[in-house]
Design a protein around this ligand. Structure first.
Ligand code: SF4
Ligand code: ZN
Length: 119
């Protein structure tokens, strides 16, 4: 199961499930206004940059603004990653969530089996 970071409990958007920050549509100004008052905006933005989030508004920045910031900071540009629960997400993107760990363990188990069969 994915564990959400503690800071999300303090997010200004935590009690606004009516606003979709990933696909905000006409609600962009409302989302940005909320981000501007959010006590954890910096943590939110850092997580988005760390994860290379492609979609939505994080820490008050949209995708283009995050791409620009990533460029200025010399960080990888936001990019679509393989889903959680895949070995590639574990190995190439360093995710250690339970789903990715399990996929990684399964991958290793099968690889060992293949080696034994080939020997
Ligand atoms: S910065 Fe915006 S998107 Fe991020 S937690 Fe705060 S209100 Fe939500
Ligand atoms: Zn994962």
């Amino acid at each position: 199961m994915l564990r959400l970071p503690q800071w999300r409990k303090r997010a200004a958007c935590a009690d606004r499930p009516d606003l979709d920050f990933i696909d905000p549509g006409d609600h962009v100004p409302e989302c940005l206004a909320l981000c501007a008052t959010c006590p954890v905006a910096r943590l939110c933005l850092t997580e988005a940059l760390d994860n290379g989030e492609v979609w939505g508004i994080w820490g008050g920045l949209d995708t283009d603004q995050r791409e620009q910031l990533a460029h200025e900071l010399g960080r990888p540009a936001p990019a679509i990653k393989p889903g959680h629960g895949t070995h590639r997400r574990y190995a190439k993107h360093g995710c250690r969530c339970d789903l990715c760990r399990e996929a990684h363990n399964t991958y290793n188990r099968r690889r060992r089996q293949r080696r034994r069969t080939a020997a």
